[in-house]
Design a protein around this ligand. Structure first.
Ligand code: F6R
Length: 241
């Protein structure tokens, strides 16, 4: 794993953008994207670069990690809405080329199979990830099998609490979500994982130096051929780099 330590969030976002720009040299790149607060600085830089330098996303396809079950794409807490408001509506990507699980799908098994087929048809050049304080990637919580594919999960209390900041009350946080599985994530050619803040330091330690174990889902990335971690100094505090 390549490790880049950034002095602050701005530098983390800049370094992430440099990697993304390299991938975007292919005008038909397939991007695996994430939601959450960590990638927002990167998305702002992608938007600024599109506006200032004309980088085009017309041939780009984007596949997202996860979506809350039960939320319509128009719900302002859905991840589809997040992607539109923070990135897709601000660049020239064709929305028909953006993929995310359908949170309203009634037949969940069929929806997971549909999404796995999309992932198989669109090999990702890069998969962007954040990391949970408990080491989760996407909504793959501790204990998720490394060979998992798209599935529906019950969110842990820890994740519900972390995500409550985006909702009016904790009760509004959906309890279930669709998520790419760990195998889907590691199938990407390149993985870029971003970690910011002291509350991620233990998870980052497990990601980089811990045992590769399903108890810390991100630890599987130690085995990926092309994984880059960018951490700010707070998140990197325990890895001694
Ligand atoms: C987002 C996702 C989550 C987040 C993680 C970190 O699509 O799947 O795994 O990446 O919870 O979230 P933030 O960046 O908000 O700290």
């Amino acid at each position: 794993m390549k490790i880049i330590i950034a002095k602050d969030y701005e530098e983390l976002s800049e370094k992430a953008f440099e990697i993304m720009r390299g991938v975007l040299e292919n005008p038909n790149a397939v991007l695996g994207l994430a939601t959450g607060s960590t990638p927002l600085g990167l998305y702002r830089k992608m938007v600024a670069d599109h506006l200032e330098n004309g980088t085009s996303y017309k041939g780009v396809r984007a596949v997202n990690l996860d979506e809350y079950a039960g939320l319509a794409p128009t719900n302002d807490q859905s991840y589809r809405y997040f992607m539109r408001s923070n990135l897709f509506d601000k660049i020239d990507i064709d929305l028909n080329n953006t993929y995310i699980e359908n949170g309203l799908a009634e037949d969940e098994a069929a929806e997971c199979a549909r999404y796995n087929a999309i992932l198989a048809a669109l090999p990702r050049d890069i998969q962007l990830l954040g990391i949970g304080a408990n080491g989760h990637i996407a909504f793959n919580e501790p204990g998720t099998p490394f060979n998992s594919e798209t599935h529906v999960v019950a969110l842990t209390e820890n994740t519900i609490e972390m995500n409550a900041r985006f909702f009016k009350t904790k009760d509004e946080v959906p309890r279930r979500a669709f998520t790419m599985g760990i195998k889907n994530i590691t199938d990407a050619r390149k993985v870029l994982i971003l970690a910011c803040g002291a509350n991620k330091a233990k998870a980052v330690y497990g990601l980089v130096k811990g045992e590769v174990t399903e108890d810390l889902p991100a630890s599987i990335l130690q085995k990926h051929d092309d994984c880059i971690l960018i951490a700010d100094s707070d998140a990197a505090a325990l890895i001694g780099e």
